[in-house]
Design a binder for this molecule. Structure first.
Ligand SMILES: [Zn+2]
Length: 392
């Protein structure tokens, strides 16, 4: 008996419109998952996320383990209750964060030693300890602990990390099942969760294929993470790997492309069979004054916007664009007003969530190809594609 299932309702080439069911509700895909690293999508209330039709949010095991501590989150009834979000939640394992801490770690087969970025204290992550952390946090979907490497790693280092990630997947599976049998405590049992493997292999197609095939032999997973992309490789390299993944991963399971979240990447990902995305870009960029619009990126700091009466994006229906002008948002931003940061985050997250709802509607209506081409053409009319950016 499981509360997790995935149904593909309609396809358009490799693109899929699906429904991923979890214990906290269904996720219509393709979907963008806003990131709440510290158990909050920065500057946004869960009510804002509901209002913009966000369906599932992501949080992070590394950050919550360090502060406030996964045991505390568990004592407070788990992540859903702690942060006041009753929809589906996914937690990242912290692999990406730990492996981004250059010079602060030793990697061994057993696990990884690192220093907390908060107080320098020495910490250790292993597949077993990360499963305990993610069990304590209680998200619906939890990710395996994996060995993350830079995007342009050569074949031998990518192979080494991929094989280690597969060995760690097996250990994660065993630990996850054992913890499920222990069941937490009578007062606060572990909730129903599912574990996703993370397919690695860098930009090496054969490694990616082997990683996906071997992951599928280790367990009957309800979905798959595609890791190690958007970490410095070129966009064409990423797209080729996504095509390899589409051909290799089971068609009846959702695919989650980890940490990828620029508008063009979402559309190109959907076109290549990806169902779920997450990225800190919309909130992080918002705090830097960068705005996604349907006609490309806009920098709110630009002086030409000083007296611009138009909304950030005339096609957007978010609470910022329906009420405020570029001139006002620019004024708030340049005055360091909290509302300015909040409005930019609200708009950027709304933009990506809505983009995926629109993509889904286009797939269902049989017009995805034309819709996606027209969308990208308009988006790039005034700008050019950028290389992928790492987003720890
Ligand atoms: Zn807007």
């Amino acid at each position: 008996m499981t509360a997790f299932s995935f149904t593909v309702e309609k396809t358009a080439g490799a693109a899929r419109a699906g429904v991923f069911t979890t214990p906290h509700g269904a996720v219509e895909s393709p979907a963008f998952m806003p990131v709440g690293t510290q158990a909050t999508v920065k500057a946004l209330d869960p009510a804002d996320l509901r209002a913009m039709r966000a369906q599932v949010i992501l949080s992070n095991a590394y950050h919550l383990h360090l502060r406030p501590g996964d045991e505390l989150v568990r004592q407070m009834g788990g992540l859903h209750r702690f942060m006041g979000w009753d929809g589906p939640i996914l937690t990242d394992s912290g692999g990406f964060q730990v492996f981004s801490l250059a010079n602060l770690r030793t990697v061994e087969e057993e696990g990884v030693e690192f220093q907390s970025h908060l107080d320098g204290s020495k910490r250790h992550f292993s597949p077993e300890s990360v499963m305990r952390i993610e069990r304590n946090l209680g998200a619906d979907v939890i990710m395996q602990f994996d060995h993350v490497i830079p995007g342009q790693s050569d074949e031998p280092s990518a192979r080494d990390a991929t094989e280690r990630s597969l060995r760690w997947l097996e250990r994660c599976r065993v630990a996850f099942e054992q913890l499920g049998q222990i069941g937490g405590s009578d007062l606060n049992p572990y909730p129903e969760q599912t574990l996703f493997p993370v397919v690695q292999g860098g930009i090496h197609g054969a490694l990616r294929r082997a990683s996906a095939t071997r992951a599928a032999e280790i367990g009957d997973w309800k979905g798959y993470g595609i890791g190690g992309l958007s970490v410095g490789e070129s966009k064409p390299d990423m797209y080729v790997i996504l095509e390899v993944m589409h051909d290799t991963l089971p068609k009846d399971r959702p695919r989650y492309l980890m940490g990828v979240g620029f508008p063009e990447d979402l559309i190109e990902g959907v076109r290549r069979g990806v169902d779920l995305f997450d990225c800190v870009a919309p909130t992080r960029m918002g705090r830097n004054g960068a705005v996604f619009t349907s006609e490309g990126r806009l920098n709110i700091k630009r002086s030409e916007l000083r007296a611009d009466p138009r909304p950030l994006d005339e096609r957007c229906s978010c609470p910022c664009c329906t009420r405020f002008s570029r001139a006002y948002v620019r004024h708030l931003f340049t005055s360091d007003e909290i509302l300015g940061l909040r409005l930019l985050s609200l708009h950027n997250v709304h933009f990506l969530v809505t983009l995926m709802h629109d993509a889904r509607a286009a797939i269902r209506d049989g017009r995805f190809d034309g819709w996606s081409r027209a969308w990208l053409e308009r988006y790039f009319a005034n700008s050019s594609p950028l290389t992928t950016e790492a987003t720890p």
